[in-house]
Design a protein. Structure first.
Lengths: 320, 336
């Protein structure tokens, strides 16, 4: 299995390189450069040209790319002209929040999906199953940004159970228990909103996997051994059905990234998604480029994670 | 101890299609003795597998009427928990498709071990492991310690069929149902598997129901043979009688469809077994496939008649049956 994981990691590397080239080229197509708008308009054009030459802005693209990548590798993502600080520092502040949001959302997603999917699949075509399937259809049809607003309105404003914006209460000292409780409180509502919508595809997937597995021949073999119904489900059906769900986690991370962009905006939650939208509006290119790269890498790592999990749970994958 | 192991009385298994129930196994009565192989033959759709699944009570949604008595216990009325105690222990089954009958995510050893865990809770872990190795060895798998931790996809079809047999015999069942155990295998492996089943019968004094459409396998293995058509038993006799003096038109058609030396044309039974919904429920069910036989020779409600001791045949039409290509002089042959 280690052999498989190492090989899979080796494939990931060129994927990331290709991604970085694509993102770099796209950023080159954007009008303007690092000096645009940063200099006093009265400065002499020849001085600007000199400055460009000195900063390497007139170099051919592959040299500029090499410079950019060597910066990236050292953790230098450039400067945000809006915040006047290092992009890496800016993002690392936000990353913690987004990671927390992502993890809490994932936990909620599976907390909802697994019991619902299992119930729905095991007792398929009963009233209970129809209710759960009904929920998944509603979930599919509801846009996340509208659902988020409704949740915010009901639980944030009307009931006042959760804070309505920010990632932590004012005046909290980082590191204390109160600080983390406040953080959790702030992340709860956006995470739950996202999970309730995103989980529906997992519920449906799990349901159909279970319904499918129930009819497999090896389930009859298990029954013929004298295995009780609960044993048949726990030992034979669930493991075989949860397998594709494990592979689903990479896809889950992808939708999570798209989700955070919307949900952070709605809940005023200062994470990477909110930063992304703000930076696009402010034409803060170095931040946008860095974020797109990070989102892309997260997706590649997501699929990598799926494959590794799959290789652990499914012996058939390990061979090749 | 009585030699009778399994007694099936008037077993009818019906499936719901739309709002109606249709019988796939229709009023079947038979017995299986210890140390006996009962062959059940018939075309696809004749109800052989439905019968096997009824005995094991593996049908999901089926209406089962009649009695299935295994050493006095009526399986047809047994509760699920009672059934779970019997299945895999006193009665077990070998399935026909080795490629799909094993859990793809479980080690071979664990799959055999499971039957032991379920029925021999007092065995220690080590004892169970030893027994699994012994079973793998018994079914002719070389390197059982290695195979123990392999997964189904790493084994060939023949090996997997042996594993399925190992699961079925793990607890030395009294009744073993083999549902086309060799259909998916090539001929050399077939012979080995059949030898294995025969050894098991002798060693465990078990009753075996061997379901197949391969008449060669039946001739080689069975002590008695029941021929099924459209859910009914149309003829039942010991294997020599059946092959030497087949009576029912269906049995004779089946036997006549097997190629023999010096035969230039093979008999083909006209038509197919009708689907459950389209089965004639009155009269001789085979009549539609022998249209050249006068309709008046069939019984209105065909019953099994004992023509010689232990040889039963359904409907009176057998006395008048002949193959169209051979002509009517055949008639006298079936008259007893």
């Amino acid at each position: 299995m280690w052999k498989f994981i190492v090989r899979r990691l080796l494939i990931t590397f060129p994927q990331i390189v290709l991604l970085s080239i694509l993102i770099f080229l796209m950023s080159q197509f954007m009008p303007g450069d690092a000096l645009t708008g940063m200099l006093d308009p009265n400065v002499d054009q020849s001085t600007i040209q000199e400055q460009r030459e000195r900063m390497g802005l007139n170099d051919p693209w592959h040299i500029k790319y090499a410079n950019w990548v060597s910066g990236l590798v050292q953790g230098d993502l450039g400067q945000s002209f809006r915040f006047k600080m290092d992009v890496s520092e800016l993002i690392s502040q936000r990353m913690e929040n987004t990671l927390l949001l992502g993890i809490v959302t994932l936990i909620f997603t599976y907390l909802i999906a697994i019991p619902l999917g299992i119930t729905s699949g095991r007792y398929n075509d009963t009233l209970l199953d129809q209710a759960i399937t009904g929920y998944t259809y509603v979930g599919f049809a509801t846009p996340l940004f509208i659902f988020g607003l409704v949740m915010l309105f009901i639980f944030g404003y009307q009931l006042g159970w959760f804070p309505t914006s920010g990632s932590v209460g004012p005046g909290m000292v980082p590191g204390t228990l109160d600080y983390w409780i406040s953080k959790l409180k702030h992340v709860m509502l956006p995470a739950l909103s996202m999970a309730l919508i995103q989980t529906v595809s997992t519920v449906q997937y799990l349901r159909s996997e279970i319904v499918d597995t129930k009819q497999k021949d090896f389930i009859i073999t298990a029954r013929a051994k004298g295995a009780s119904e609960s044993r048949v489900y726990n030992r034979h059906i669930f493991r075989n059905s949860l397998l594709p769900i494990a592979a689903f986690i990479g896809w889950e991370i992808t939708t999570l990234i798209v989700g955070t962009v919307f949900i952070e905006q709605i809940f005023g939650y200062p994470g990477m998604g909110l930063l992304f939208l703000e930076s696009i509006n402010m034409r803060d290119y170095s931040v946008v480029t860095a974020l797109v790269l990070l989102f892309g890498i997260a997706q590649i790592l997501g699929t990598l994670l799926s494959d590794i999990i799959l290789s652990i749970v499914d012996p058939r994958i390990r061979i090749k | 101890m009585s030699r009778k192991l399994l007694e099936i009385e008037n077993l009818t298994t019906s499936f719901q299609i739309g709002d109606e129930y249709y019988a796939a196994v229709d009023d079947v009565s038979l017995t299986v003795n210890r140390n006996e192989v009962l062959g059940i033959v018939g075309e696809s759709g004749s109800g052989k597998s439905a019968l096997a699944f009824s005995i094991m009570r593996l049908h999901n949604r089926a209406k089962i009427e009649g009695k299935i008595k295994l050493e006095g216990i009526d399986l047809a009325k047994a509760s699920t928990s009672d059934l779970n105690k019997l299945r895999g222990d006193k009665l077990s089954m070998i399935f026909q498709d080795p490629l799909t009958a094993l859990n793809p995510l479980m080690e071979i050893g664990a799959q055999i071990n499971e039957t032991l865990i379920l029925h021999r809770p007092k065995m220690s872990k080590q004892e169970r492991y030893d027994r699994v190795i012994e079973l793998l060895d018994l079914v002719g798998i070389t390197g059982p310690e290695y195979v123990y931790q392999q997964y189904p996809h790493e084994l060939s079809g023949g090996m997997r069929q042996r594993v399925i047999i190992a699961i079925a015999i793990a607890n030395k069942p009294q009744l073993l149902i083999a549902d086309e155990p060799t259909t998916a295998l090539d001929v050399t492996i077939q012979a080995q598997i059949l030898d294995l089943i025969r050894e098991l019968r002798d060693e465990m004094d078990a009753g075996i129901i061997l379901i197949t459409h391969d008449l060669g396998v039946v001739a080689e293995m069975a002590d008695r043979v029941a021929v099924m058509y459209a859910g009914q038993i149309v003829e039942i006799a010991d294997v020599h009688t059946l092959f030497e003096n087949p009576l029912h038109p269906y049995t004779r058609s089946l036997l006549n469809s097997v190629p023999t030396e010096g035969q230039d044309r093979l008999h083909v039974i006209q038509g197919i077994v009708p689907g459950l919904q389209h089965l004639p429920r009155t009269g001789c069910r085979f009549a539609a496939r022998i249209p050249w036989i006068d309709e008046s020779v069939h019984e209105e409600n065909p019953l099994l008649h004992e023509v010689t001791p232990g040889h039963f045949v359904r409907c009176t039409c057998h006395s008048y049956f002949y193959f169209p290509e051979k002509g009517k002089e055949e008639i006298t042959h079936g008259d007893t």
